[in-house]
Design a protein around this ligand. Structure first.
Ligand code: AMP
Length: 222
């Protein structure tokens, strides 16, 4: 049996990682793992790691690596994702996380296939985040200019659509600053491993997905 595709999605907040991750998961039949969604769900459920994580998230700070790695390892194991394939969305976000992931994949002899960097200028992501509305249940993303059919109700699951608590101006500025200082060094890490593909993240979801899929298939030799 061949194993599933292993992908990670990198890019600023608002670059479209969540939207593209859902589509990639569907297209390749792999699991979508969003650390942000995991933490928000854990916080709603009131678990200790969820409550600790939300303290950092609301301020726009990164959740400490040890908490993040514990949660990701649990999910990877429980879901058998190393074998079945995955697209990671919002992880890794620090060099230490990237190195830990690389070590785990190497130990399991399941190397990463592609690290995709979605490139979108900062002024565009600021506008996208200001208008972003998200389903509290399934994570589907909307925008003030592209709302759900019924106001405040998710088209996909009927859940409540609202603005994320951490999409405030102060939090967004801090998250973008951290993206530059903590997350951008990861790009060089994956470039050095020969796994990075940089994709223009501007345009419609369909246009970006076509670019991403073409790049991934090219890497897979498909
Ligand atoms: P996201 O939904 O991906 O925008 O993540 C929301 C927030 O969750 C981030 O601003 C961080 O506070 C936290 N978070 C998510 N993933 C990570 C990660 N890999 N490392 C550290 N913090 C994270």
């Amino acid at each position: 049996m061949t194993s599933g595709v292993r992908l990670i999605l990198l890019g600023k907040q608002g670059s479209g990682k969540g939207t593209q991750a859902v589509r990639l998961a569907d297209h390749y039949g792999i699991a979508h793992l969003s650390t942000g969604d995991l933490f928000r769900a854990a916080a709603r459920a009131g678990t200790p790691s969820g409550l600790e994580a939300i303290e950092y998230m609301d301020r726009g700070e990164l959740v400490p690596d040890d908490i993040v790695l514990k949660v990701v390892r649990e999910q990877m194991r429980r879901g058998g994702l190393m074998d079945d394939g995955f697209v990671l969305d919002g992880f890794p976000r620090t060099l230490a996380q990237a190195e830990a992931l690389e070590a785990e994949l190497a130990a399991a002899d399941r190397p990463l296939d592609v690290a995709i960097d979605l490139e979108v200028p900062t002024e565009i992501v600021l506008d996208r985040i200001a208008g972003r509305r998200v389903c509290e249940d399934c994570g589907t993303t909307y925008h003030l200019t592209m709302p759900p059919k019924v106001a405040g109700v998710c088209d996909v699951c009927g859940g409540t659509v609202s603005q994320r608590d951490d999409d405030t101006e102060a939090s967004v500025m801090r998250r973008l600053e951290l993206y530059h200082t903590a997350t951008m060094p990861i790009l060089d890490f994956y470039r050095g491993l020969g796994r990075l593909v940089e994709i223009d993240g501007m345009g419609s979801g369909d246009e970006v997905f076509d670019r991403v899929r073409t790049a991934v298939d090219g890497r897979l030799g498909g």
